[in-house]
Design a protein around this ligand. Structure first.
Ligand code: KG4
Ligand code: ZN
Length: 342
């Protein structure tokens, strides 16, 4: 393994990501173990799905079909890379929406066949963690990493760059899902996470004493459905959803979520004797979460990595980085799995 990593000291990887509602492609350069995103294109379908209050899988897949080739073409041009110089193609094979995954994987297979390239199947969740390798900062193992996305909330122990052990997860809603549902309760449109965070800026985080679910449980699991229900009761009890009330609801909910996420991550880091902490996934773009985990990591004297904002939400640069660590296969060995786990 070590020999293989040293031997492959320069590589250009084309990443392709279509697991949900973003059509994304990226070219990542790997040089002496460092990762540089040469071009990173994300075509979001948010405006299309907004009116339905969530992602409609059939529509998402159709838009991927329409956009995937132009997105890849544009990415290669922006990276100034010709297909003949691409060393391998990395593509998300799960978890995600079946029909969306199929568009990316079929495209990757076709290109791999036509260009005679190796292809690397990538687990989207691991890729979120690999977004932290785009910093060019040294990763020190063991790492305790928190993945917080629209579909997942998991604590992962990484003993090295290719070892992933799940040590905790949500028993109901994912953190991002809770942000989106609470945002909907207070009248914000999909995806509500970023809008809720913005609204919370003007609110009082102590206005509502929402629960901190499973904070004291003797494990590293999470639960967000009770917290979401507590917000719903508070909304139902209020005769009118005034602007100050909405801000206070948003701020109090956000604070409760962040308190639990950070406390459990820090506790896991101590218990598992982690030398470094990592944050990843769409909710890692949340500023309160970033600031709080930064402060708490300092208290326990552990370095922390958080991806740049553009690499927190779904993107293909993280898929390309993951493609460096995973094993390449022939194009006909690529199989998608919507329920793929870490
Ligand atoms: O990782 P991601 O882009 O897609 C999945 O793999 O699920 O995560 C999307 C989730 C959504 O639930 C979105 O509302 C949430 O990340 N999100 C945020 C913020 N930015 C994105 N949640 C809270 N605060 C944010 N700033
Ligand atoms: Zn994601």
């Amino acid at each position: 393994m070590l020999f293989w990593l040293i031997y492959n000291d320069f590589m250009l990887i084309l990443g392709i990501e279509t697991s949900c509602d973003e059509t994304a492609a990226a070219v990542v350069e790997v040089k002496k173990g460092r990762f540089l995103s040469r071009a990173n294109t994300v075509l979001s379908q948010i405006n299309i799905h907004k009116k339905y209050g969530g992602v409609v899988p059939e529509i998402a897949a159709r838009k991927h079909v329409k956009n995937i080739i132009p997105v890849i073409d544009q990415t290669l041009k922006r990276a100034r890379v010709s297909p003949k110089n691409i060393d391998r193609i990395a593509v998300t094979t799960g978890p995600g929406l079946m029909t969306s995954l199929l568009v990316g994987s079929q495209t990757a297979k076709t290109l791999a066949f036509a260009w005679n390239k190796k292809i690397v199947p990538v687990n989207h969740l691991k890729a979120h963690l690999y977004a932290n390798f785009l910093h060019n900062k040294k990763v020190i193992f063991p790492v305790v990493a928190l993945i917080v996305s629209g579909g997942h909330t998991e604590l992962i122990l990484m003993r090295n760059a290719t070892s992933f052990k799940k040590i905790g997860q949500t028993i109901d809603d994912a953190a991002g899902e809770a942000f989106d549902k609470v945002a909907q309760l207070i009248g914000l449109s999909y995806p509500g996470g970023p809008a809720l965070a913005k609204l919370a800026l003007g609110g009082d985080a102590t206005a509502f004493a929402f629960p901190r679910p499973m904070l004291d449980a003797d494990n590293f699991d999470f639960s967000f459905s009770g917290l979401k229900t507590a917000v719903r009761y508070a909304v139902e009890k209020s005769p009118r959803l005034t602007s100050p009330l909405k801000k206070n609801l948003a701020a109090s909910f956000q604070q409760a979520s962040v308190d639990v996420l950070v406390a459990k991550t820090v506790r896991a880091a101590t218990v598992y004797k982690a030398k470094m902490l990592m944050l990843a996934g769409g909710v890692a773009a949340n500023v309160l979460l970033r600031d709080t985990v930064t402060r708490e990591a300092k208290k326990i004297k552990r370095p922390l990595l958080i991806p740049d904002f553009i690499f927190c939400t779904d993107n293909a640069a993280m898929i390309a980085v993951a493609g460096y660590f995973e094993k390449p296969v022939d194009w006909d060995k690529i199989i998608v799995d919507p329920n793929l786990e870490i």
